[in-house]
Design a protein around this ligand. Structure first.
Ligand code: NAP
Length: 278
C-alpha cells in the first residue's frame, strides 16, 4: 500500500475508506461491514467517519467492522462545529469513542469551520490529545484563508490534514490550497473522489481511459486523485465489487497522454474559486 507521511511521522495509506450514508439501514448492515472489512484486507486501513453520519450510526457500524482488528486501522472521525467548544468537544469525542468502541481516535477533525473561535477548538483538541483520547487533530472544508488563520493559532505542525472535496469535477484546490498544503506539510484528504458514484463515472473521457487500462471509470478517477503523493483519497463503498475496483486504483499509473486527455475533459482551474463543499 502506498502511504502518505503525516507531520507526526506516522504513515497512513494513500487510499482509505469513507463511511457517509452507511450504518442507518439494518438490511444493508452485513454488506456494509463486509465491504469495510474487505477494504481493510486490501490495505485500505484508514477509515473516515463522523459523528454527523447517521447521527452516530456510521461510527457504530465502523466500531463493529473493526472489532478485533483495531490495531491495524487508522481511525479518523469528525466533530460537528456546534460541538467544537472546549467542553463540548470533550463530550462529543467521548460519545464518538463509545460508539466506535475504541479508546482512541487516531485523527479527529473539525468537520467545517463554524462560529466557535478556532483557538477554543484547538485548545479542546490539544486537551484531548494530552489525555490520549485522540492521537492528533486536523480540519475539514478549510480554504486557504481558513488554513492561514488556523496555522497562526496552532502549535507548529499541530494540524495533520485538511479534508476537502476533490475529484475531477471539482479541481479548484489545484489553484492554491493544494500547494499551500504541500508548503505547510499538511496533506489533503480528498473526499467524494469518485463524484459520489454519479454522472462523473459515465463521462466518455473516463470510460475511454478505463477501456484503455482495462479497469473501470471509478478506478481511473481514483488513480487521478492519487497522482499527488500528498493526497489521501477516501472513497466510500458498501459493495465488495466496487471496493475491489477502488483498491485497483493503486496499481494504475496514468501517463502524460492520459493526464492531458483528462485536462481537456475536466480543465484545471485558471483562477481562484472558493472551496466547494458538499
Ligand atoms: P464517493 O466516495 O465519491 O462516492 C460514494 C458513492 O459512489 C457511493 O454511492 C458508492 O456506492 C459509489 N461508488 C464507490 N465506488 C464505486 C465504484 N467503484 N463504482 C461505482 N460506484 C462506486 O463520495 P462520498 O461518500 O461523498 O465521499 C467519500 C467519503 O468522504 C465519505 O463517505 C465521507 O467519509 C467523506 N466525506 C467527507 C465530507 C466532509 O465534509 N468532510 C463530505 C463528504 C464526504 P456503493 O456503496 O454502492 O459502492
Amino acid at each position: 500500500m502506498r502511504t502518505v507521511r503525516l507531520h507526526n511521522g506516522s504513515r497512513v495509506p494513500a487510499l482509505g475508506q469513507g463511511t457517509w450514508r452507511i450504518g442507518s439501514d439494518r438490511a444493508a448492515r452485513a454488506a456494509e461491514i463486509a465491504a469495510l472489512r474487505l477494504g481493510l484486507d486490501l490495505g485500505m486501513t484508514l477509515i473516515d467517519t463522523a459523528e454527523m453520519y447517521g447521527d452516530g450510526a456510521a461510527e457504530e457500524l465502523v466500531g463493529e467492522a473493526i472489532a478485533g482488528r483495531r490495531e491495524g486501522v487508522f481511525l479518523v472521525s469528525k466533530v460537528l462545529p456546534s460541538n467544537a467548544g472546549k467542553a463540548a468537544v470533550q463530550r462529543a469525542c467521548r460519545a464518538s469513542l463509545k460508539r466506535l468502541n475504541v479508546e482512541r481516535i487516531d485523527l479527529y477533525l473539525l468537520h467545517w469551520r463554524g462560529s466557535i473561535a478556532l483557538g477554543e477548538t484547538i485548545d479542546g483538541f490539544e486537551a484531548l490529545r494530552r489525555d490520549g483520547l485522540i492521537g492528533d487533530w486536523g480540519v475539514s472544508n478549510f480554504d486557504v484563508s481558513d488554513m492561514q488563520d488556523l496555522v497562526g493559532l496552532a502549535r507548529p505542525n499541530g494540524c495533520l490534514t485538511n479534508q476537502v472535496l476533490y475529484n475531477l469535477e471539482y479541481r479548484g484546490i489545484e489553484f492554491d490550497l493544494l500547494r499551500y498544503g504541500v508548503e505547510q506539510g499538511i496533506p489533503i484528504m480528498a473526499y467524494s473522489p469518485v463524484g459520489q458514484g454519479g454522472a462523473l463515472l459515465d463521462h466518455p473521457a473516463l470510460v475511454r481511459l478505463a477501456a484503455k487500462h482495462e479497469c473501470t471509470p471509478a478506478c481511473v478517477a481514483l488513480a487521478w486523485t492519487l497522482r499527488h503523493d500528498t493526497i489521501i483519497s477516501i472513497p466510500k463503498s458498501a459493495n465488495v465489487a466496487h471496493v475491489r475496483e477502488n483498491a485497483a486504483a493503486l496499481s494504475l499509473t496514468l501517463d502524460a497522454e492520459d493526464l492531458a486527455a483528462i485536462d481537456q475533459a475536466f480543465p484545471p482551474p485558471r483562477g481562484k474559486t472558493p472551496l466547494a463543499l458538499l
